[in-house]
Design a binder for this molecule. Structure first.
Ligand SMILES: [Zn+2]
Ligand SMILES: [Zn+2]
Length: 338
């Protein structure tokens, strides 16, 4: 039994084929049933692990009264439909996440086509894209059953369970409608994927609008100075130094922004070309773009795009289009603020 703080239990739900290995799902004791924060991937193995760990605490699915999902990624949201149905719990999700996944059905073929066009416009060679086309192994719908939320969360909404009063803090960046849950009385932050102790959460630009990295940095600053005793992340281990970890993540991105500016030193380049000048997977000693697997290349380009658009928002970079392809270039403006 893993009671990480009085009344809060951590359940580890396995994620197949992922170095993170587990989603941490938190069970909070309430007066009329438990609150479950995140649920896990929709696999049989995950479901069995969840039920078994509930039983170890002396709880069953039917004892769950509320479910809050921090964001609509499949390792958090996947099992929400099944658990909701079996428990009768209410399901809460931020408004933007509920829209982005259209009630949990996940991205459809039209979305993949749109995404491919977008990658091509950012310099991805068509021949390489042909190999990127999602096969059945990457069909996200396999890992999530439709789950329609009962409660639409907005920034500042309160979620109560027993002695706990959590405030939903909207933290866009890793996902546009990501929320953290903060209980100021117990000084506990359920951080979702917003702040992880070791891994830097992926921040990608997947559509022509917005600057998710700018949002992410602002969301990190939003939680940095909360009076927190314990951070309970959705992956890896609970930790205590929130401000220190936030500073380290911001420093990582600042370094990556500099690296990307340097990659533009020789003149205009596509996001794909810029990605080739960046060292990837710094946690594992750095890898060249060419050595990445196709799916990781795709992620490298969307991450590069997030950085390029953040630089553009700051005025350090401009962009223009030639024959349907977008080129980024440095502007002469010196200095920038992250
Ligand atoms: Zn996520
Ligand atoms: Zn996750």
């Amino acid at each position: 039994m893993n009671e990480v703080s009085p009344g809060i239990f951590r359940l580890q739900v396995p994620i197949p084929n992922n170095p993170l290995e587990f989603t941490n799902v938190y069970l909070v004791r309430g007066d009329d049933g438990y609150l479950l924060v995140d649920v896990g991937m929709d696999t049989e193995e995950a479901f069995v692990a969840l039920e078994r760990q509930l039983a170890e605490i002396g709880a069953a699915l039917k004892d769950i009264a509320q479910i809050v999902v921090t964001h609509a990624h499949m390792d958090h949201y996947g099992l929400a439909g099944r658990v909701k149905e079996l428990s009768g719990a209410t399901l809460a999700l931020h408004r933007i996440e509920s829209q982005s996944f259209a009630g949990g059905r996940g991205p459809g073929p039209a979305m993949f086509d749109q995404f491919e066009r977008w990658l091509r416009a950012n310099g991805f060679p068509p021949a390489e894209l042909a190999q990127l086309h999602p096969g059945p192994a990457h069909d996200h719908r396999r890992f999530a059953q439709p789950a329609v939320p009962d409660v639409i969360l907005e920034d500042g909404d309160e979620i109560t369970a027993g002695a706990f009063r959590f405030k939903a803090i909207w933290t866009p960046g890793h996902a546009p409608g990501h929320v953290c849950l903060f209980d100021s009385g117990h000084r506990v932050l359920l951080a979702g994927d917003h702040v992880l102790p070791v891994t830097t959460p992926n921040v990608s630009l997947r559509s022509p609008d917005g600057s998710p990295l700018s949002d992410f940095i602002a969301s990190l600053k939003k939680v940095r100075d909360l009076d927190v005793r314990l951070v309970l992340p959705a992956h890896e281990q609970p930790f205590t130094d929130l401000a220190g970890r936030v500073d380290a993540i911001i420093a990582h991105h600042r370094q990556r922004l500099d690296e990307i500016l340097a990659a533009l030193a020789d003149g205009p380049a596509t996001a794909y070309q810029v990605s080739q000048g960046v060292a990837w997977m710094p946690e594992m000693g750095g890898a060249r773009f060419e050595s990445l697997a196709y799916w990781d290349r795709r992620m490298a380009v969307t991450e590069t795009l997030a950085h390029l658009e953040a630089l553009r928002a700051e005025g350090a970079v401009g962009k223009s289009e030639r024959s349907g392809v977008t080129y980024y270039r440095r502007t002469t403006l010196p200095g920038r603020v992250v």
